[in-house]
Design a protein around this ligand. Sequence first.
Ligand code: SIN
Length: 487
Amino acid sequence: MHTMIKTDYLVIGSGIAGLTCAHLLSEFGNVLVITKGELKSANTYSAQGGIAAVIEKEDSFESHLNDTIKAGAGHNKESAVKYLVEHAPKAIRFLESIGVKFEKTPVLEACHSRPRVWRTSDFTGRDILNQLIKTVQKNKKISIKEYIDAVEIIESDDGCHGVFAREGDETELKPIFAKQTILATGGFGQLFGRTTNTLGSGGDGLALAINAGLELEDIEFVQFHPTALDLEDKGKYFLLSEVLRGFGARIVDQDGKQFIQQFDPRGELAPRDLVSRAVFFELMNGPVYLDMRHLDEKVIKKTFPNIYKQAKEYGFDIVNDKVPITPVAHYACGGIPVDLKGATKMPGLFAVGEVACTGVHGANRLASNSLLEAVVFSISIADSIERSVEIDKDRDPEIKDIKPPEVVIEDIAQVKAYSSRIGKIMWKRAGIIRTKEGLEQAKKQIVEIPARDYRIQHRQLVCYKILEACLNRPHSLGAHYISDELA
Ligand code: SIN
């Protein structure tokens, strides 16, 4: 990296939120996208479900809004949900305008009153990201730099000026100055031992925000997805989309019996937090399976070609066998609080996608509202930056004579070992079932990890905040389930 880089807009992260923002902001200035890994390493790439939107005339915004709030256990910010659902058709049109080809009919996922999830196939995230990558790569006003890690926000009295970043294996940080910085770094599933999130989902954006003095919101609401193919012996978990249950897939116990109905009459299509807990409890008695053997083989293979193929590569035939499942950490419902324009409390700093907390998800996100939120609020950020009179579009973001912070970089094997230790602690103590004592213990165990490397220190910081947020909410709500709440 050259000693110093300056840009109009700095976008950190290359998933659906980051690249949508980059594309839209390029209309107003130069954009630099930095990403920690390679472009395609974003979590969006593995998103299977789709995008929820009211397109059909039999459907209504009111119904989408009510479903979102019901799934979110009423903890949602209603004004944000209203904004989300009313702007969903525009988000779909935007994606179509860059070449995403949605199927003609929507599908059903849990807690939606009717089918309204638009997909391109069973790997919708991958198709969207491929189109976005094509779009930004041919845009001359967008530069993309891979393997750049944003380590600290550069701030002064007038807000954010960009970030100090590390390129590849370098040991020194360099400043990247920007008039406006957009955090689109994704979630933190990797802080939990069991997740289908990609390796980059370690809560990086949250660590940047915490270190810059920003508060976080709703981070105790970690959504666990109930049906990941359990490949524990390979150290992996592979998502089996909720859309499969929308098509009639059953969750069964070791005797082949359905059991979710004992917890909720909606059975397999009950809210995700509830189904995850039911599966988790049943796993104490023995293995739990997803069973599709009663469904039409041809339909399943045609509707879920990628899931079928991928599971087969892992040695499982989803149409002819029941397959072992486990819940996994899936999505952060909270994050850095932002307003409807994606603005954080710090001037010059925006957040969008999973790293942000718009309040739309409440205590438990409704299926397929996440890709939607990323697009809707990226459009909103670009619109508001264009129209804002408060934002000084000519401000020189450079700060002279600033010294980048020094960071310690430990051996990668050591970093991995500490990450794995963190994952075990968080899964055991801040996972699907939490107790006050377990959370307190986890706090101690997390700070005791003698890490000096900044990457682990960032993870420790975010975990600590998650644990504190859990402890600050002594009663269960949505995805936050605390079993000794009455003690
Ligand atoms: C899934 O396909 O089950 C995940 C969809 C989502 O998280 O919204």
